[in-house]
Design a protein around this ligand. Structure first.
Ligand code: FES
Length: 133
């Protein structure tokens, strides 16, 4: 496999809904990661341009879902499913989605803007369980 130009690390850390910091998984990060992978594959960018990976906590939980764009060290926050096409457009054009880039105050919970609402994350069926998706 070729080294990609960029890697998207999507935090999928999960805490119970209503925990003080919140978490990316309870704000839709698992679904966002899946949508990013699908969008990247559909545009045939997966082999050489970009790979979407899951990661643990980036310590900006209150501003999640967060995505670390590597090697640029840019952190997107409050990402929604609706943002996925725009994120991939920007990657293809070699730019960032500026409105999603977290400003310095969002790296401290005490100064961060309000977070997105939380909900219980969707669970993938266990392998071999016979459960329907
Ligand atoms: S839970 Fe995602 S940044 Fe902490």
């Amino acid at each position: 496999m070729a080294k990609r130009k960029r890697y998207l690390f999507v935090c999928v850390n999960e805490r119970p809904v209503g925990s003080p910091k919140g978490s990316c998984a309870t704000r839709g990060a698992v679904e966002i990661h899946a949508a990013l992978k699908a969008e990247i594959a559909m545009r045939k960018l997966a082999v050489t341009e970009v790979r979407a990976c899951t990661s643990s906590c980036h310590d900006v939980c209150w501003a999640g879902p967060s995505i670390l764009v590597s090697p640029d060290n840019v952190v997107y926050g409050r990402v929604t499913l609706d943002d996925v096409p725009e994120i991939v457009d920007a990657l293809a054009e070699g730019r960032f989605v500026e409105r999603l880039v977290l400003p310095p105050e969002d790296f401290e919970q005490s100064t961060a803007r309000p977070g997105l609402p939380e909900h219980a994350p969707a669970k993938a069926p266990a392998a071999g369980s016979g459960a329907k998706p």
